[in-house]
Design a protein. Structure first.
Lengths: 202, 130
């Protein structure tokens, strides 16, 4: 059976994809548009990477450090000590899994140290001082929420650039040029449709 | 997934505007597969040609040695030149075959990703009935 012979199910019709029109600039040839859009895409992907690697905002960094230390104080970390007295440090953070020898559970020195409130406060103060020192001179920082927002904005810009690039590729192919799509291009841009982001290809 | 896959067929019927693009993607893969096969054949021929020139040159040198004389410098230079040319032709066709393989892999990857996207994101009305 070919597509021409296919009869769609009337009881369960398919909702068509919304099409997205990506108009090409009048003054440029499709090949020029492709080159230009690929350049824009490269810059946008570099910007996305830069934003991803920006340091966290100071307040959030401090809060994260405090939360990490709080969590370490609350954990019951015990080393896995075998019968002959040797300690298996590979099992330090998973003392209840594996291991065939006789196990003796002893309190973790880090946990003991942090369980003293005075020690804990000193540790927090030291960590905060270190973080503030590192943040001195930083010109640009972003909170996690801002990073996510910027990443979403850049992803939308990348998709818009790819839509124009793909429209130009289709136009170039229609006029007889042999132009290939980039391997990592978004399916929505190739097909000219709207929809949820595709899963990452790997 | 091929273009006449039963999962893809109803989607293309419901989306007539994207059908030409989907068909073009599938045709592109076929075209690039053919180009890859042609390049594979060409590289095989170039390899055979190089082997043949090497054998010819070896036979000439052995013949000259059996005749207990130094190889004729003019003929030896011709054989050396033929081997060099065959070597260059092989390298060129190997470059072409690599490019053709990459183009085919990319086209296939894009076609499969687009087909999978369409199948994964197609919605139906009255979906609750099923």
């Amino acid at each position: 059976m070919t597509i021409e012979h296919y009869q769609p199910s009337p009881a369960r019709p398919i909702v068509p994809f919304s099409e997205v029109d990506a108009p090409l600039p009048d003054a440029m040839t499709p090949l020029d548009v492709i080159a230009k859009q690929r350049g824009i895409g490269r810059e946008l992907r570099a910007e996305a990477k830069r934003v991803q690697l920006l340091p966290l905002a100071l307040e959030e960094h401090l809060a994260q450090a405090r939360a990490t230390l709080e969590a370490a104080r609350g954990e019951t970390i015990v080393p896995n000590v075998s019968a002959d007295g040797s300690c298996d440090f590979r099992n330090l953070f998973a003392p209840f899994t594996g291991g065939t020898g006789h196990q003796v559970y002893a309190p973790d020195p880090v946990q003991l140290f942090l369980s003293d409130p005075a020690n804990f406060d000193r540790m927090i103060a030291a960590a905060e001082a270190k973080i503030k020192e590192r943040h001195k001179g930083l010109t640009e920082t972003l909170s996690t929420a801002d990073k996510k927002r910027r990443a979403r904005e850049i992803a939308a810009d990348i998709l818009a650039a790819e839509r124009i690039e793909c429209a130009a590729i289709w136009a170039a192919r229609a006029s007889g040029h042999e132009v290939a799509f980039r391997a990592d291009v978004d399916c929505r841009a190739v097909l000219g449709i709207e929809g949820p982001p595709p899963r990452k290809r790997g | 997934m091929e273009i006449d896959d039963p999962m893809l067929r109803p989607i293309l019927v419901a989306n007539p505007a994207i059908r030409p693009k989907v068909e073009a993607l599938a045709a592109d893969v076929d075209l690039r597969f053919a180009a890859k096969e042609t390049a594979d054949l060409a590289v095989g021929r170039a390899r055979g040609e190089k082997d043949r020139t090497l054998v010819d040159r070896g036979a000439f040198l052995i013949g000259e040695a059996n005749a207990r004389r130094q190889p004729d410098p003019v003929r030896k230079a011709e054989y050396d030149d033929a081997v060099k040319r065959a070597d260059a032709a092989l390298a060129k066709s190997q470059d072409r075959v690599t490019a053709a393989h990459n183009a085919f892999m990319t086209a296939r990857e894009i076609r499969d990703a687009c087909f999978a996207y369409l199948v994964a994101n197609t919605k139906r009305e009255n979906a609750d009935d099923y």
